[in-house]
Design a protein around this ligand. Structure first.
Ligand code: DSN
Length: 422
């Protein structure tokens, strides 16, 4: 690790970072919201831009010394507009939660009704879930997925929209393995006079690659994080129609935030350039191929998948037929160096803290270069863990085999995406 100053000044933190790096290298990271960034993104994130305050927007700052930051933000905005084909782009939101809240604050008033996917059916906390501030600011109502298919039922969503008359409808999810029809959501919102906000945090890389249909033409505002399938730094972005540009910008700053994180913004710009390449499109396609193959193999081992498969980077296992709780399985997998997260499944009667499902995805292992053959091996590891859930010797043995597999696919800390021109 080249962090000489860190090692000298703070050996304790240096050592902990070293340990985390070893962990990230020696396990299969299947949390669908995680990835490995490129060396270029990492360098921009760790740059001198950490030192700069830049409250305001390019040309309209509240601090001096913005000769360079104005240029960086303008580049990031232009790259965001280009790859998402959007009229307006804001790259200041600290992350997805802040971006979602800014989208609502920019469009509607406290007390107005918002309608999003229930957290227990795959929605995000900030889609109005009861423990989130979004449910205290707004009157939150929910739609669900059908318990028999695990899929969104657009007729039912339209009926609910007509019943509740929300001012704002949120399409998008954090644990939904199927493609979302943003066009239908847009037309439902129009019919009831609601704004349509799409949250594509999980799938923005797939949207850029053209694998999933873009919500941009059908939404007033599109919100995304930048670090999941998009493979950038931890940050947020908002895309909108030009007519909402000022309201959205004001909702982010000064509405919710002070100075933007310029180091993150520069790294977002780098990630957006990387995403605008044929290599990235191939990567995004491989994410989905891997996810589908893993899903297929898991089903062959008798795992029940919510919705019977996947269209994206994410798989949701309903473990009720296996008689194992999501938490017990996730912890056993972690001991075997396979890292996922326990999750509720539609119709779950178990509490969210110990639910019946497991959520996993393929963005990070695809960044390591793993393909379909490796998915077959991973499915067999996962089956062995489930079958030996109380057998620590076998779990330890699987962990050794996982480590061997990982050693064939070193973490891509030095991978460099070629620019289109080169
Ligand atoms: N976006 C969530 C996830 O999917 O992991 C965390 O907020």
């Amino acid at each position: 690790m080249p962090n000489k100053a860190l090692k000298l000044y703070d050996p304790q933190i240096y050592e902990l970072i070293r340990q985390e790096k070893t962990r990230q290298s020696g396990c299969l990271r299947l949390i669908p919201s995680e990835n490995y960034v490129s060396k270029a993104v990492m360098e921009a994130t760790g740059s001198c831009l950490t030192n700069k305050y830049a409250e305001g927007y390019p040309g309209k700052r509240y601090y001096e010394g913005q000769q360079v930051t104005d240029l960086i933000e303008t580049v990031a905005i232009e790259r965001g507009k280009k790859i998402f084909n959007a009229e307006h782009c804001n790259v200041q939101a600290y992350s997805g939660s802040v971006a979602n809240l800014a989208a609502y604050n920019g469009l509607i008033k406290p007390g107005d009704t918002i309608m999003g996917l229930s957290l227990t059916d795959g929605g995000h906390l900030t889609h109005g879930w009861k423990v989130s501030i979004t449910s205290r600011i707004y009157n939150a109502v929910y739609y669900k997925v059908r318990p028999d298919t695990g899929r969104m039922d657009y007729n039912e969503i339209e009926d609910l929209a007509k019943k509740y008359k929300p001012k704002l409808i949120i399409s998008g999810a954090t644990a939904y393995p199927r493609e979302i029809d943003f066009e239908i959501f847009g037309s439902i919102a129009k019919k009831v006079g609601a704004y349509h906000v799409s949250d594509i945090a999980h799938i923005s890389g797939l949207v850029v690659a053209g694998i999933h249909k873009s919500p941009v033409p059908y939404s007033d505002v599109v919100s995304t994080t930048t670090h999941k399938t998009l493979r950038g730094p931890r940050g947020g972005m908002l895309l909108s129609k030009a007519e909402h540009a000022e309201r959205i910008d004001r909702a982010v700053f000064p509405g919710q935030q002070g100075g933007p994180h310029m180091h993150t913004m520069a790294a977002i710009a780098v990630a957006l350039a990387e995403a605008d390449t044929p290599e990235f499109i191939a990567y995004a396609n491989q994410i989905v191929k891997n996810s589908k193959r893993l899903a297929e193999k898991l089903m062959e081992y008798g795992f029940n998948l919510v919705s019977g498969g996947t269209d994206n980077h994410l798989i949701l296992i309903d473990l009720r037929n296996k008689g194992i709780s999501g938490k017990k399985y996730a912890k056993a997998l972690d001991r075997a160096r396979i890292v996922s997260n326990y999750n509720t499944v539609p119709g779950d009667t178990a509490p969210p803290a110990n639910p019946s499902g497991l959520r996993m995805g393929t963005p990070a292992i695809t960044s390591r270069g793993m393909k379909e053959d490796e998915m077959d091996i991973i499915a067999s590891f996962m089956n062995r863990v489930a079958e030996n859930i109380d057998n620590e010797n076998e779990i330890e043995q699987i962990g050794k085999e996982v480590l061997l597999l990982c050693s064939r696919f070193p973490i891509p800390e030095h991978f460099i995406i070629q620019s289109k021109e080169s």
